[in-house]
Write a protein that binds this ligand. Structure first.
Ligand code: SF4
Length: 444
């Protein structure tokens, strides 16, 4: 029988296992017990020892690596990480989950890309683990976990699962609702609808319940609740860290996670190039994320409502497009258009728009969820008229906006400007980009 903590590491049983097994002083030490367990599991890792983590620290890094590669690496093979879905690893993975949570909460903001990546990876792990359990067992397990998750709340309202409804993973019509409350429990179903089923035999009531409340719906709700609890857990850790000193091992772990993410981003990113790789001044090259100013990075990582629309549509759209295609625009006064640099619009489609859309997704709340029309405004600021897609035939109907100056950003997009040392020497984020690229190149 699969254990509850294998799916919900924050369960009561999970807390008990954690207390018994965690030892912050030995995170990076060779762990014979872990190595033996992985060797016993065997699948997919015995051909290459780099695939097999031998300490808790390395297990945490593998947890991040597998999800990042699944999302970004076309050569990714899930079998290289199959031990994450084998229950024999449950005790180790539970500790790895809690160590990752501490390191992520220590190093990153709650709405950062890295935190989102961690939450998404946890969601994928839960989905994959549940998908590998047989139907007879999974239903019982889901009921058990849901009972524990909902034991403190009086009831679950449909508004509590809005992200699932917005993403269309669950349709409102598929939920069994009673005055807004989602019915997930058979006893509750009987209690609420007893007047309509008075003379029904028990088997008929059970069948009706199973038909109306499928376990797939329960599975989605359960996953969403665990992810919400994980977010809350990260928030609590962050608050605690303001009062207590971080353990040096967690600090070191957070540095290793940052180093790994940097390496993975450079290796698998579809839009960024390696820092400092470009041959001549002003030459068009892959974007160097390390050369972005703090204001641009803040927007990409997730800007909050208030500044959100203008930050993405007015500033980031022009900033990214000029960085990639014409970083020296302010040197001449010739008006240019995107197709002068990107005749078939491939760079704009494959490299520029994905970064802008990523920032839109990371925004709080996500930009296109409540204002899908902003896609048209982005196309318009790139010079392709008021349409929701860029097309060569529409180019020139609007102007390709140049990035606003630092003074304008400070005035109109308050809170985004968090100047660093390089900012003292420039007056426009685009000049920051060119200057910092030059610095990075010379450092190399
Ligand atoms: S000074 Fe300019 S480049 Fe630097 S963070 Fe502020 S707005 Fe951005």
């Amino acid at each position: 029988m699969t254990s509850v903590p294998f799916i919900n590491p924050m369960s009561i049983e999970g807390q008990r296992i954690l207390k018994k097994n965690i030892d912050l002083d030995s995170i990076f030490e060779y762990n014979q017990d872990l190595v033996d367990t992985l060797t016993h599991i065997g699948e997919g890792i015995l051909d290459d020892e780099t695939k097999s983590p031998n300490s808790y620290g390395k297990l945490v890094l593998k947890r991040i690596e597998w999800y990042f590669r699944e999302k970004n690496d076309p050569k990714f093979k899930i079998s290289d990480y199959s031990y994450f879905f084998n229950e024999a690893i449950d005790k180790f993975d539970l500790v790895a989950f809690h160590l990752s949570s501490q390191a992520i909460a220590f190093r990153y903001n709650l709405n950062s890309r890295e935190t989102k990546l961690f939450l998404e990876s946890q969601q994928r792990i839960i989905e994959e683990r549940l998908s590998r359990i047989s139907n007879e067992i999974v239903e019982n397990l889901i009921n058990k976990i849901l009972n524990e998750l909902l034991s403190d709340s009086t009831y679950l309202n449909w508004k509590d699962i809005l992200p699932l409804i917005r993403s269309k993973k669950i349709l409102l019509k598929d939920l069994l609702l009673f005055n807004g409350e989602i019915i997930l429990d058979e006893d509750e179903f009987e209690e609420k609808y007893h007047d309509r089923m008075d003379d029904w035999p028990y088997r008929r009531i059970k069948r009706a319940f199973n038909e109306l409340v499928g376990y797939k719906t329960k599975e989605l709700i359960l996953t969403q609740l665990i992810i919400e609890n994980t977010e809350e857990y990260l928030k609590n850790i962050k608050e605690k860290l303001q009062r207590i000193q971080i353990h040096p091992s967690i600090e070191k772990l957070s540095e290793e996670i940052a180093g790994l993410l940097d390496k993975l981003n450079k290796k698998y990113s579809k839009f960024y190039g390696e820092s400092g790789i470009f041959s001549g001044e002003g030459e068009m090259t892959a974007l160097s994320k390390d050369a972005f100013p703090p204001c641009a990075n803040n927007i990409i990582e997730g800007v909050k409502s208030g500044n959100r629309n203008d930050a993405i549509v007015l500033f980031l759209t022009s900033f990214i497009s000029y960085c990639r295609l014409n970083p020296q625009v302010f040197r001449g006064d010739v008006s240019t258009k995107i197709s002068d640099f990107d005749p078939d619009l491939r760079i704009t489609t494959d490299e520029i728009l994905p970064i802008i859309y990523e920032a839109a997704k990371n925004a709080v709340p996500p930009l296109f969820e409540d204002q899908p029309q902003e896609k048209i405004n982005i196309v318009s600021k790139l010079g392709f008229g008021m349409y929701d897609e860029i097309k060569l035939e529409n180019e020139g109907q609007t102007k390709w906006y140049t990035p606003m100056s630092c003074d304008k950003i400070k005035l109109h997009l308050t809170n985004l400007c968090k100047p660093d040392k390089v900012c003292r020497k420039i007056g426009n984020p685009l000049s920051y980009y060119s200057y910092k690229r030059w610095l990075l190149k010379n450092k190399r």
